[in-house]
Design a binder for this molecule. Structure first.
Ligand code: CA
Length: 271
């Protein structure tokens, strides 16, 4: 058989198989997207956890990616530090995995810069056995955790679940009403991004009103829940504290957050 026939045959075989591989991948991805779009409500989609994997070793990235997808996470991969950082700051992720040794921008630099744009997202560093010093300093730069390669997939998912759970608890501690947010764990209040210092009684009153936002609560209900004992119903203490809150939060008169409903009580209005 002449050599050019052989080369031609090899080329055809190679082309067919390689293009078949890509076509199959393309079809698989399309089918998956269609299934997700058809069977998932917006609410389900919102519940999906998004994880960014910044790992240059393709074999490891794909091992993590496949595993996490099979657990129901939505994943995005970046193979170098620069593109990883861009994605991390540009899109919302629930958790980020960062390898330490990365081309273009190393993992520690990525971590530092991710902390500037995403201070709260949990970040797990992927480290090699002999990078002890880096592991320690990664905590200084704001890593939430690290995992040493090679690792069992179970270990990774256990840590991911733990960090996502913690994140959920933090969210559960935040209560919002319009531009007002209350951190119940830290007893802190922010309005339009400004921290407001409140006494514990003022905080309790505001928390009660926000818990019942858009409902009218009367003075007796407020007295019972916030002052917690039989209080003279004729007392004007509730009105006094409402006034304190309005002064401290600096609410404008034309769009009051805490509304007085004449003869009925008060209401925090957000809709
Ligand atoms: Ca690496």
């Amino acid at each position: 058989m002449p050599l050019y026939v052989l080369i031609y045959a090899v080329a055809v075989f190679f082309f067919n198989n390689v293009s078949l591989y890509f076509t199959k991948r393309l079809i698989n991805n399309a089918v998956r997207t269609i299934i997700e779009a058809v069977y998932m409500s917006n609410e389900d989609f919102e519940k999906l956890m998004r994880i960014l994997i910044i790992e240059d070793e393709k074999r490891i990235a794909s091992f993590i990616d496949k595993g996490l997808r099979s657990e129901g996470y939505v994943t995005t991969i970046a193979h170098d530090g620069e593109s990883g950082l861009l994605l991390a700051c540009d899109q919302e992720f629930d958790l980020i995995l960062i390898d330490i040794l990365l081309p273009k921008l190393d993992g520690m630099e990525v971590l530092k810069k991710v902390r500037d744009c995403r201070p709260a997202v949990p970040v797990i560093m992927l480290t090699a056995k002999d990078e002890l010093e880096l592991k320690v300093s990664s905590f200084d730069y704001g890593a939430s955790d690290y995992i040493t390669k090679p690792f069992a997939f179970e270990e990774l998912t256990a840590r991911i679940r733990a960090h996502l759970r913690r994140k959920d608890q933090v969210n559960a501690n935040i209560m919002r009403a319009g531009e007002l947010s209350l951190n119940l764990a830290k007893r802190e209040v922010e309005y339009q991004g400004n921290r407001i210092a409140l006494t514990s009684r003022e905080f309790a009153l505001l928390e009660y009103l926000v818990r019942h936002q858009n409902q009218i609560v009367n003075r007796m209900q407020i007295l019972n829940h916030v002052w917690g004992y039989e209080f003279d119903p004729e007392s004007n203490i509730v009105d006094v504290y409402i006034r304190y809150l309005r002064q401290k939060i600096g609410l404008s008169k034309d769009k009051p957050l805490i509304e007085t409903v004449r003869g009925a009580g008060y209401r925090v209005v957000t809709d």
